[in-house]
Design a protein around this ligand. Structure first.
Ligand SMILES: *Cc1c(COP(=O)(O)O)cnc(C)c1O
Length: 262
């Protein structure tokens, strides 16, 4: 993979424009998509191998309806209660909901009422609870296993060394369809440190695949957000989770969504 290429500029969050109409949402989505495609091609990748998952947390339904009309039919949310409420408010629309944030075991039941994929599987207790409820409902769920690649204590996710043993154990839960690995890179302007997080995730994916391809399903990599998705694409992301670059800067600080300094 050619990672030495210069990146198109990524804007600071304060500069993210706020789309207010279907046309503005269509333009914002197309702009992010074009930058993904261009970066993928320059890295020798097929742009079709990178999915753009718009992240709609904090965005109220009035604006989300515009985004959906502009073509966003998959939405990522960080919190179960907010996502469940929105899925109910917008039940008339064709939307697949992804939960991408930390999940408490006691919220599993609520999540399963609306979710079609889950990106933050990080402990066996949670896998057990999910599997029990999914088996009872006679369905499966696409999941990504979250790894803490930045080694910031505050972050959720498995320690890198714990990832392979965890995947072996998760393989015993028939209802959980592992799609790959997920991470949040270090929150820093030092792009080399960010890149190291993404590379670590990719190498863990490769190691799992070498041991037994069944451990990791299609071997996806859910990584990259508004501030770093182009680096993630260069490093092999198959799903980028992009909020602010589509919906505009969030009013609440990131510390509201992540345990500490993000
Ligand atoms: C909010 C969030 C994102 C998107 O972040 P932006 O800065 O809005 O692009 C990605 N992943 C997770 C887990 C999130 O909570």
């Amino acid at each position: 993979m050619t990672t030495e290429q210069p990146l198109p500029d990524q804007q600071p969050p304060a500069a993210f424009p706020r789309a207010e109409s279907i046309a503005e949402f269509a333009a914002a989505l197309a702009d992010v998509r074009a930058r993904i495609d261009e970066t993928a091609l320059r890295a020798g990748r097929n742009p079709g191998d990178v999915r753009l998952l718009p992240v709609s947390k904090t965005v109220p339904q009035e604006r989300l309806r515009l985004a959906v009309a502009a073509g966003a039919h998959e939405l990522g949310e960080n919190k179960v209660q907010e996502a469940k409420r929105k899925s109910e408010e917008m039940a008339d629309l064709d939307i697949s909901w992804a939960l991408i944030g930390h999940l408490q075991t006691n919220k599993v039941k609520d999540m399963l009422t609306f979710v079609s994929e889950f990106h933050a599987l990080d402990r066996i207790k949670l896998a057990e609870t999910l599997d029990r409820r999914l088996q009872a409902a006679g369905r499966g769920l696409d999941v990504y296993v979250q790894v803490n690649t930045s080694e910031e204590e505050s972050k959720y996710g498995l320690a890198p060394d714990a990832t392979l043993p965890f995947l072996r154990e998760v393989a015993t839960f028939d209802s959980l369809n592992v799609q790959g690995l997920m991470t949040l890179a270090m929150n820093t302007t030092d792009t080399e440190r960010v890149r190291r997080c993404f590379r670590l995730l990719r190498s863990l994916r490769d190691r799992a695949r070498d041991e037994n391809p069944a451990l990791i399903g299609p071997g996806g990599l859910s990584m990259g957000m508004s501030g770093d998705f182009l680096i993630a694409v260069q490093e092999g992301a198959t799903v980028v989770r992009v909020g602010q670059a589509i919906f505009g800067a969030r009013p609440l600080p990131d510390s509201y969504y992540w345990p500490s300094d993000r």
